[in-house]
Design a protein around this ligand. Structure first.
Ligand SMILES: CC(C)(COP(=O)(O)OP(=O)(O)OC[C@H]1O[C@@H](n2cnc3c(N)ncnc32)[C@H](O)[C@@H]1OP(=O)(O)O)[C@@H](O)C(=O)NCCC(=O)NCCS
Length: 375
């Protein structure tokens, strides 16, 4: 009998990524994450995941064009999405909007449509919430810069766009995480990519998965200064609460993506001044204190910072409102979901585990078997 969280269960062979939880390394289609973050960008990672290799300049330009056209199509759909983009929660809005898309029956085409649509829907949700009109995408712009522009209408700061692009590269794909598994289960039934992504969005919303960065930002705000970290965190643990942004199912060392994001924040802080430097110093102090309190509380279980910890600082720094954190994560992870859907489809195998019944049974009166109902 496997553990209730399927810990350690290998549910698929994949060529998409390897999460090395012992050494804290992430391999994406043959490339170390560090190398992708340094030498490529989000469009490059999209190409790598969907088409199998890093793009040439021409392939990248073609992908930019296709994604730009997909954003433009998604924008045209906005007036037809009814109440979906007026939901109270950003992830509910994305799920509701995606649920109204029609699959065109080709995984790759659906993937491009969804990768284009998610940032458009997320930005529109934010604009409606602010009682402002959505801003049309610029089909020629890079995805991160265009997302930032669709949120405010202002030309994005190049350093902020680069930091967001680094974040999207970092989180586009990550093994058999809960939302990817959800997408693969749906794909395994023969259903379409749009349905798989709608299910994955539901899984990503949860605070144990993609819903953590908002609470991390709240926590940092409540702690305020490094001197308060110890007392705040100790009280949280004493009350039986989890420290958001800490711990991981697979990593037994610090999540390697935390370092990627920390680097991006550092680069950004030299552009936007010392306030961000102060926030980064606070985050580092809180991380250190949390890691040491958790080590004392659970010496047998390494609980270190995960990707969500520095996600909160980075997204806040580039001007993403807290309520959009999970939706902004989804706008990158959708690439991984779509790549997994295609891979799952190739296996042709239904994912259908079993459950062990532990409920009540009818009383057996004699050897002739169960007493029939009504007797
Ligand atoms: C990510 C997470 C869900 C992985 O958890 P998991 O592999 O299922 O581990 P478990 O939930 O079995 O936790 C093992 C033990 O460590 C504790 N633990 C795990 N993460 C913890 C955290 N962040 N703070 C405090 N305690 C934690 C659990 O309470 C549990 O203790 P128990 O056995 O006494 O109940 C978990 O670490 C967590 O909830 N982290 C906070 C939320 C978060 O940052 N999510 C984003 C993930 S990328």
């Amino acid at each position: 009998m496997v553990g209730s969280g399927l810990d350690g269960v290998v549910a698929a062979d994949t060529e998409l990524s390897e999460v090395d939880g012992t050494h804290g390394r992430l391999l994406v289609r043959g490339h170390w994450l560090e190398s992708l973050v340094e030498h490529s960008d989000f469009e490059g990672v999209c190409h790598l995941l969907l088409y199998g290799d890093l793009p040439s300049a021409g392939e990248k330009a073609a992908l930019r064009e296709r994604l730009g056209a997909a954003r433009a199509r998604a924008f045209q759909r906005l007036p037809h999405l009814g109440a979906a983009l007026h939901a109270a929660d950003g992830m509910d809005a994305l799920r509701g909007a995606v649920a109204q898309l029609q699959s065109i029956g080709k995984d790759r085409e659906d993937a491009i449509g969804l990768i284009g649509a998610l940032p458009v829907f997320a930005a529109a949700w934010h604009r409606y919430r602010d009682a402002s009109a959505p801003i049309a995408p610029d089909a020629l712009a890079g995805p991160a810069a265009d997302y930032l522009r669709m949120l405010t209408g202002a030309a994005p700061n190049a350093a902020a766009a680069r930091a967001l692009d680094t974040y999207w590269c970092t989180v586009a794909e990550h093994g058999m995480n809960a939302s990817t598994f959800a997408a693969r289960v749906v794909a395994s039934t023969g259903s379409d990519t749009v349905s798989a992504v709608a299910a994955a969005l539901g899984a990503l919303k949860g605070p144990l998965h993609g819903g953590a960065p908002g609470p991390v930002l709240d926590m940092l705000g409540r702690i305020g200064t490094p001197e308060n970290a110890h007392d705040f965190l100790a009280a949280e643990l004493a009350a039986g609460r989890r420290i958001m942004g800490m711990g991981h199912r697979v990593y037994r060392v610090r999540d390697p993506r935390a370092a990627m994001l920390e680097g991006a924040i550092l680069r950004l802080s030299s552009d936007v001044g010392s306030e961000l430097g102060r926030k980064l110093a606070l985050a580092r102090a809180v991380e250190q204190e949390a890691a040491s309190l958790l080590a004392a509380k659970r010496p047998e279980r390494a609980l270190k910072a995960n990707v969500e910890f520095f996600t909160a600082v980075l997204l806040d720094a580039v001007g993403i409102p807290r309520e959009l954190f999970s939706a902004t994560f989804a706008a990158a992870r959708v690439v991984g979901w779509c790549a997994h859907v295609e891979e799952q489809r190739r296996t042709g195998r239904l994912i259908r585990p079993q459950s062990r019944y532990v409920g009540k049974r009818p009383v057996e009166r004699d050897a002739r078997g169960p007493v029939p109902h009504g007797s």
